[in-house]
Design a protein around this ligand. Structure first.
Ligand code: HPA
Ligand code: ZN
Length: 339
């Protein structure tokens, strides 16, 4: 029997790849622009949505950095983050691990503390009021220099209690992981876990570098691993998770259409693939829409879907008791739900 929309909606889910600045909905963008006296280059919400047509990653990033300009105060970062947690709570997401891009804000003169405190306070309220657990990952912008990344890492050190890991995002081509080998070594020495976007637009070599030089705990995206059989074998043997983002891949032309998305192939090869929303306000959907899109296009079955969530639980940065608790919630759902 076909998987129903209701099955996806009720499925307890875990998200591992979400840029909090990419959850800025046009409605909130306008509200914050008004609150902070900022002129937007759009007359209304429809104009904003019309601008969300991208041919590649850089097209998107240009609009993404422009959009985050409305975020000025700690309350703005709180409102952004709490709106996202509220949304995913309504979608039965049990746990989320979110990125933030401090350099997108400190470059504009916003204090690191303003950003991290606003986001963390909302995550805390999400935990206590909405029962959504979370972890925070600080991403370095790879189009900026190694020196700027080092200085950002320095600013993060007093906030180790709030930040579990560091990541690497922004324009991939021309900015290989090797550029940040020393920063990541320092971050690991300071006790941070590490992840990196690799193989979204960049070649398989970038994934090797993320593994060998940055020593990542997960690969974000990783689509282009499929071009290299030896790399696939290694990722399977290492049980290395890939945080795949289907609607993002479609919107940024990483795949031509959803029917050719490699997610099912990844699962069949034994790769630890997971489903995530990346920048849901820009790419047309949160977790449910991502699951629905791949389920329909790739004809996924119940076992595929449960495996995807189980992969996310295992690849999360929760401790083993917390993982067991989420797995139990998933098992109860699986055994009590007809489909
Ligand atoms: N790739 C790289 N950088 C990003 C992305 C992405 O999908 N989203 C936000 N920053
Ligand atoms: Zn991403």
């Amino acid at each position: 029997m076909d998987i129903t929309k209701e099955f996806i909606e009720n499925l307890p889910k875990v998200e591992l790849h979400l840029h909090i600045e990419g959850s800025l909905e046009p409605e909130l963008m306008f509200e914050l622009a008004q609150r902070n006296n900022i002129n937007l280059p759009f007359a209304n919400i429809d104009e904003v949505k019309d601008a969300y047509n991208f041919s590649n990653l850089q097209d998107f990033l240009n609009i993404y950095y422009q959009g985050m300009g409305v975020l000025q105060t700690e309350q703005d970062f709180y409102d952004l983050t709490f709106a996202y947690i509220k949304k995913i709570a309504s979608e039965n997401v049990m746990h989320t691990e979110i990125f933030f891009d401090p350099q997108g804000h400190t470059e504009r003169g916003i204090e690191f503390e303003v950003v991290v405190n606003g986001i963390s306070r909302a995550l805390e309220d999400g935990r206590s009021n909405l029962n959504v657990s979370s972890k925070l990952i600080m991403s370095f912008l790879r189009h900026l220099s190694e020196e700027e990344a080092f200085s950002t890492l320095e600013q993060a050190l007093p906030h180790k209690d709030k930040i579990i890991a560091v990541g690497l995002d922004s324009s991939e081509l021309g900015h290989p992981p090797a550029k940040f080998e020393r920063v990541f070594a320092k971050a690991r020495k300071e006790g941070f876990l590490v992840v990196a976007h690799a193989g979204e637009e960049g070649p398989p070599e970038y994934i090797y570098e993320a593994l060998d030089l940055l020593k990542v705990d997960r690969i974000d995206h990783g689509n282009r691993a499929l071009e290299d059989d030896a790399l696939v074998k290694r990722l399977v043997a290492d049980n290395m998770a890939l945080t795949v983002c289907p609607l993002s891949n479609l919107k940024l032309c990483v795949v031509k259409d959803m029917v050719t998305h490699p997610l099912k192939e990844m699962l069949d090869l034994g790769l630890k693939a997971t489903v995530n929303s990346d920048d849901p306000a820009y790419f047309g959907g949160y977790m449910n829409d991502n699951f629905l899109a791949v389920t329909k296009a790739l004809n996924l079955g119940k076992d595929d879907i449960l495996k995807l969530v189980q992969n996310s639980i295992e690849a999360s940065f929760l401790n083993s008791n917390e993982k067991q608790d989420l797995q139990l919630r998933l098992d109860i759902f699986a055994s009590t739900t007809c489909f």
